[in-house]
Design a protein around this ligand. Structure first.
Ligand SMILES: Cc1cc2nc3c(=O)[nH]c(=O)nc-3n(C[C@H](O)[C@H](O)[C@H](O)COP(=O)(O)OP(=O)(O)OC[C@H]3O[C@@H](n4cnc5c(N)ncnc54)[C@H](O)[C@@H]3O)c2cc1C
Length: 382
């Protein structure tokens, strides 16, 4: 019997690859394996669902049974792979060996967690999948005050959503501005002001050191000595590509599982895409790049080796309190930043020495200019 194409992970990367592959090949056996419940959902909705009163079931787009039928695939849920044996083209689920024709790692990134002292560590909720979201929703029922750890893109989106959903929101992060790795300070200030307009309170600089139960909820003790009263804590302090099993199998690792333009790892017949993959030196944890990878890899798996390329990849950040679209300069390219506009409506542009547009951040009403600017942007990976 022909060994299947095996995809590890049923997030957007795994399911979109399976869909693209099935457009080209309806026959090759396809097996998807996932540690979670295998429900299909759009992860970006996790940071807009609270205000829309959506629970996890409301965000689910399809059950795994329906996905299996649609994809003509076997889907094994609540199944965690524990090892890869590239030499014998098989993987391990505990003691069970599963042979593959081609193996695709679409196992995502894991939330960064830091140890927090105190007796309320169980009240810290990372939200990186539908099951995390369900746990958070259950814990948030009837609560009024949330502390968000992290002021990156996802922390700001949660702050906006939870604030719109009626929670009183405090944000704690050890940085000087919101989205420090993504935004020019002027654009960051505009976004922060927009969120503050909703009532979000920022505590930028300190970290959470201790979380303690008290009669009225929780007390969050910060490293600057201040104390914030809250009912639960959402952690959005970062994501780290999952690499451990790939490293143990001898695959090359950088910031993610290293793959070339054909999404192939350092080993034949093993590929990677999505949050776990570093594609030709670039690890992007967004939807647009993984869709490009899914289309290219589907071709390769169907017998037509295809290299991926990335065009401009602007990111629409879901902070309606201050609309934001950002396109950072391509990796390794430096330029000069220039700020135009005022108040919350800013056009922040980055040009190189020749005047070529490398990147931008648009806030407020200036987001209307994104289409015109996108046409001038260089590709992220030509
Ligand atoms: C709150 C939030 C909002 C976001 N908003 C946006 C946005 O607006 N726009 C945007 O472009 N991007 C956004 N992103 C990022 C985007 O959603 C991700 O880049 C994308 O969903 C990653 O998909 P993935 O399939 O690579 O990983 P995941 O969705 O994490 O899937 C990983 C899969 O691998 C499985 N798995 C892991 N380990 C194992 C194992 N050992 N064995 C078996 N299975 C395993 C998991 O169970 C899961 O099925 C957001 C992310 C978050 C967290």
């Amino acid at each position: 019997m022909t060994s299947p194409v095996v995809i590890i992970g049923t997030g957007l990367a795994g399911y979109n690859l399976a869909r693209e592959f099935r457009k080209l090949d309806g026959e090759t056996p396809l097996l998807l394996i996932t540690a979670d419940d295998g429900r299909s959902y759009s992860k970006p909705m996790l940071s807009t669902g609270f205000a829309k009163l959506k629970d996890a079931d409301g965000l689910c787009m399809a059950e795994p049974g329906a996905m299996a039928e649609q994809l003509k695939a076997e889907i094994r849920t609540h199944t965690r792979i524990s090892g890869i044996d590239p030499g014998h083209k098989r993987l391990w689920i505990g003691e069970e060996a599963v042979a593959y024709r081609d193996l695709v790692l679409a196992w995502g990134a894991q939330t960064v967690q830091v140890p927090i002292e105190g007796d309320a560590g169980g009240q810290v909720f990372p939200i990186n999948d539908l099951e995390d979201y369900a746990r958070f929703r259950a814990a948030a029922a009837g609560k009024q005050r949330v502390l968000v750890l992290g002021a990156g893109l996802i922390g700001c989106e949660f702050a906006n959503d939870m604030s719109l959903g009626g929670l009183k929101v405090d944000v704690v992060a050890p940085c000087e501005q919101v989205m420090p790795t993504l935004l020019h300070p002027a654009a960051a200030a505009a976004v922060q002001a927009g969120l503050e307009g909703l009532g979000v309170r920022f505590h930028l600089g300190p970290v959470l050191t201790r979380l303690q139960r008290v009669a009225e909820g929780l007390e969050a003790h910060l490293s600057d000595g201040s104390v914030i009263a809250c009912d639960l804590v959402v952690s959005a302090i970062g994501l780290r590509p999952r690499t451990d099993l790939a490293a143990a199998a001898g695959l090359k690792i950088n910031r993610g599982v290293a793959v070339d333009r054909q999404l192939q790892t350092s080993h034949d017949n093993i590929y990677a895409l999505g949050d776990c993959a570093e594609v030709d030196g670039i690890n992007l944890l967004y939807v647009m790049p993984l869709m490009s990878c899914a289309r290219a890899l589907a071709q390769t798996l169907a017998g037509n080796p295809t290299a991926v390329s990335y065009g401009p990849m602007p990111i629409t950040v879901k902070t309606p309190a201050c609309p934001l679209v950002v396109s950072p300069p391509p990796q390794g390219r430096e330029g000069n930043w220039q700020v135009q506009g005022q108040g919350s409506d800013l056009k922040v542009l980055c040009h190189d020495a020749d005047g070529t547009l490398l990147g931008y951040a648009l806030t407020g009403a200036a987001v209307m200019e994104k289409l015109a600017l996108n046409r001038q942007l260089p590709p992220v990976m030509a």
